[in-house]
Design a protein around this ligand. Structure first.
Ligand code: NDP
Length: 485
């Protein structure tokens, strides 16, 4: 089956169905700027149908032995692995990311997500508390019911499977909404769920816009658990709707992540790591290090070599095997990037590399959305360019003189998702890691992900943690059973 010209329908109760209103949206390929498929433009009626299916499925699914749920999820793993190339190509076309990145990162990670939680549920433990001679308590962790799972466009299957896998592994049923900009791999996943024999209604996918489908999911009284990944502004809306309904909510939001390079660092490693953390997926990863701080004695050398390396990144057609920088998600995102590059110059910044859209890489991509890797220097630390999330291939580089000063700079934003620290001094690494207000601190690396560790943000980067035990706990309700002795 080819993914081109498909009409992407909702997946409800194990079958693909038309949206209630019969409406579809064009799905644009970022590299060409042209529609290549259509996606259901659903509304609250479709969410109601999905809730009815999920509610019906919950009774059986939540009571299935963990080993059986595990077996079904592992079948999905095998099927994704079998179709890895098809998934990678679909993800690349849908997002504009290089095919090589989708093949090496996005789809393998989706496989790992399913495998991790499919097997994690076979190894869980529960706590017991003995109250002297009075009673014996144990903690029963039960699935909560129907989970609403909402994800963004930058890492579509990677992030959606990071929610679907733990939610259904522990016995919930789920209603997922991918971004309407990137629905294709969620659609392909539904086909595999059918093939794997996942019972009808366990996973339902409703496509459409945030204001229509996302808002209907967050407001639905029968969906008591919401796992959301997206921008901070949207996250606030989700929190506002969920709070009076007392839903359990996890919010993974935006970032403006510092990347700190001390003069004692292995500069070759720091430069290679920083170029990657600045421009991976065209800078459209919530964990990208968009603010680089370099100790003054190494600053000039770092900037020269960083620019040298970044300028060699091969921008091209995402489907070209040699491409390292693909397309930007859509026109709105491209305009946003251009706005911030203009703003940076008004704020006193100097563009040392890039700063504009390049010539199209080929005829096919003539109307695609491309932007060159961009480096900005000489900006004041506290300006808007250094505080607001751009979410594109734009990085600022700023010198610093002391550890205290750079920690202050790093923390001087509303966000607190992740940070990187490059140094050979172990004591300094520990000291700085303790003082930085981010949910993840990488030392001498970036984007090393162990699925067991807690993942999430501080401040306006979110509430709650995903990953490992945190996710298993989020998607279950702890109940204390107290038995008198
Ligand atoms: P958005 O916040 O615009 O959208 C995220 C999801 O929410 C989409 O599916 C969107 O639907 C949906 N949505 C929009 N409005 C509502 C609403 N009122 N109620 C419920 N759902 C709604 O984010 P982007 O898709 O633009 O993604 C980029 C953002 O995601 C960046 O800020 C990035 O930092 C953040 N992000 C955070 C990560 C983390 O782990 N902390 C990881 C990856 C990204 P639709 O798009 O269909 O309108």
């Amino acid at each position: 089956m080819t993914t081109e010209r498909i009409q992407i329908r909702n997946f409800i109760n194990g079958v693909f169905v038309e949206p209630s209103g019969g409406r579809y949206l064009d799905n644009i390929e970022p590299a060409t700027g042209k529609p290549y498929s259509q996606v259901a433009d659903s509304d609250s009626r479709d969410v109601d149908l999905a809730v009815a299916a999920a509610e019906k499925a919950f009774a059986d699914w939540s009571r299935k032995p963990a080993a059986e749920r595990s077996r079904l999820l592992l079948r999905i793993v095998d099927l994704i692995e079998r179709g890895l190339e098809k998934f990678a190509r679909a993800e690349s076309i849908d997002t504009g990311k290089p095919l090589t990145l989708a093949r090496s990162l996005d789809i393998p990670r989706a496989v790992s997500n399913f495998r991790f939680f499919a097997t994690a549920i076979l190894h869980t433990e529960s706590e017991a508390h003995i109250t002297d001679n009075v009673a014996f308590n144990y903690t029963l962790r039960q699935p909560r019911g129907i989970a609403g799972l909402i994800s963004p466009w930058n890492l579509p299957l990677y992030l959606l499977s990071w929610k679907i896998a733990p939610a259904i592994a522990v016995g919930n049923t789920a209603i997922a909404k991918p971004s309407e900009l990137t629905p294709m791999t969620a659609y392909l996943l539904c086909e595999l769920c059918r093939e794997a024999g996942l019972p009808n209604g366990v996973l339902n996918v409703v496509h459409g816009t945030g204001p229509n489908v996302g808002a209907a999911i967050t407001a639905h009284p029968k969906i008591n658990t919401i796992s959301f990944t997206g921008g901070t502004v949207t996250g606030k809306k989700v929190a506002e709707v969920c709070a009076p309904l007392f839903k359990k909510v996890s919010l993974e939001l935006g970032g403006k992540n510092p990347n700190i390079v001390f003069a004692d660092a292995d500069l070759d490693a720091a430069i290679a790591g920083s170029v990657r953390s600045s421009f991976a997926n065209q800078g459209q990863v919530c964990l990208c290090g968009s603010r680089v701080f370099v100790e003054r004695s190494a600053y000039k050398d770092f900037v020269d070599r960083f620019i040298g390396k970044a300028s060699q990144l091969k921008l091209g057609d995402p489907l070209d095997e040699k491409t390292e920088q693909g397309a930007i998600m859509n026109k709105a995102q491209l305009e946003k990037i251009k706005f911030y590059v203009d703003l940076a110059q008004k704020e006193g910044g100097k563009i040392s590399l890039g700063g504009s859209s390049p010539n199209p890489p080929n005829e096919r991509c003539r109307n695609g959305y491309f932007f060159s890797p961009t480096v900005i220097v000489d900006l004041p630390v506290a300006c808007r360019t250094n505080r607001e999330e751009i979410f594109g291939p734009v990085v600022t580089i700023t010198p610093f003189d002391s550890e205290e000063e750079v920690v202050r700079y790093a923390n001087d934003v509303d966000y607190g998702l992740s940070s990187s620290v490059w140094t050979q001094n172990l004591s300094r690494a520990h000291r700085v890691a303790e003082k930085i207000h981010t949910g993840t601190v990488w030392v001498n690396c970036w984007l090393v992900r162990d699925l067991r560790v807690p993942f999430g943000g501080m401040k306006q980067s979110g509430v709650g943690r995903e990953g490992g035990e945190e996710a298993l706990r989020f998607f279950t309700e702890p109940k204390n059973v107290c038995i008198a002795k």
